[in-house]
Design a binder for this molecule. Structure first.
Ligand SMILES: C[S@@+](CC[C@H](N)C(=O)[O-])C[C@H]1O[C@@H](n2cnc3c(N)ncnc32)[C@H](O)[C@@H]1O
Length: 309
């Protein structure tokens, strides 16, 4: 077993720093990326998520609410409905955004900003061209936790990466520019797994700021729900699942007030919008009941990207 800098068991160090508020949702996302990475037909491989989940699983006893994802399989080894929904949503979403980033850098963009980076490891995982800088904005505890995991696991998160500690509901632009961000260069902005945790007016302010900081040729990619799911929209088979779904739902706010094509167009972005269900079907996978048409949600989740000319 590895020992950390202070001679402590790294699994304990990791467990002690586990994000327990909204930052916990980043842990869940990483866990689902680790699940996707284990599939034979995986859409990506995220070894950093896998390492993180191994460390965290071993520190599970430190989770205060007992809602740390401990294992998404039922007794037969199959994913249950709730875990299949989460793994499919987050796996397919990840690949959609990977492709948007790779498309932007292949077009010459060398500046990537992850708004609410969480435990995203794209700076290391994607083959980004030399000279690409990835700015990762999230709260200080989450980014410090991520670095402690990288360190404990002996992993290198890559060279072109700069953490920016900020609350995206408050002033963050100056912190980003102080970190070296150049608004005169085209940027690839990623807003993944964030907007559903923000009020409509906060979402508007965020996209206004992104637009203001975007040179021609910039791109933005984002996702949110058409209407906020409730706990009883997802079938659960035991208390742990119910607690995980309940915990996610407890963080939800309304997100943007407009559908993404109008929301982006109003600010001058040329939008391209698809539903998560369409994207899942495009990968030949079963659409989880939550995202099937005819349920309470007509759309479920939008995946969108836009380009500024
Ligand atoms: C579901 S995770 C997604 C993380 C990452 N984008 C990914 O897909 O792996 C949500 C992230 O949003 C961050 N977050 C939520 N509200 C925030 C805020 N007001 N300011 C900064 N980060 C925030 C949380 O700390 C968490 O890391």
């Amino acid at each position: 077993m590895q020992q950390g800098a202070a001679g402590q068991d790294p699994r304990k160090q990791v467990g002690n720093a586990l994000p327990s508020d909204i930052g916990w949702t980043g842990l869940l996302t990483a866990h689902m990326r680790a699940v996707e990475s284990q599939r034979n037909d995986r859409l990506f491989d995220d070894p950093l998520a896998t390492a993180l989940v191994d460390l965290v699983r071993n520190a599970v006893h430190t989770d205060p609410d007992g809602t740390l994802p401990t294992g998404p399989e039922d007794d037969s080894g199959e994913l249950t409905e709730a875990w299949y929904m989460l793994a499919t949503y987050l796996g397919v979403r990840t690949r959609y955004f990977d492709d948007r980033i790779l498309d932007a850098v292949s077009g010459g963009t060398r500046q990537v900003v992850l708004l609410a980076a969480g435990l995203d490891s794209r700076a290391a995982r994607l083959a980004l061209p030399a000279g690409t800088m990835v700015y990762e904005i999230d709260t200080e505890p989450v980014l410090r936790f991520k670095e402690s995991v990288f360190e404990s696991a002996g992993l290198k998160p890559g060279g072109g990466r700069r953490p920016v500690h900020a609350d995206l509901r408050g002033p963050w632009v100056e912190k980003l520019t102080r970190a070296g961000f150049d608004p005169l260069q085209p940027t690839m902005w990623l807003i993944e797994g964030l907007l559903m945790y923000l009020a409509p007016e906060v979402c508007d302010r965020l996209l206004d700021a992104v637009t203001h900081l975007s040179a021609p040729g910039s791109r933005v990619a984002l996702e949110y729900f058409d209407s906020v799911p409730r706990q009883d929209d997802v079938s659960t088979v035991n208390d742990v699942e119910a607690a995980v779904i309940g915990r996610i739902v407890s963080f939800f706010q309304d997100g943007p007030a407009l559908p993404p094509n109008r929301w982006l167009e109003e600010r001058g972005w040329d939008p391209d919008v698809i539903t998560l269900a369409q994207e899942i079907a495009g990968h030949g996978r079963d659409i989880p009941p939550l995202f099937q048409k005819g349920r309470r949600h007509e759309v479920g989740v939008w995946l969108a990207h836009g380009r500024l000319h």
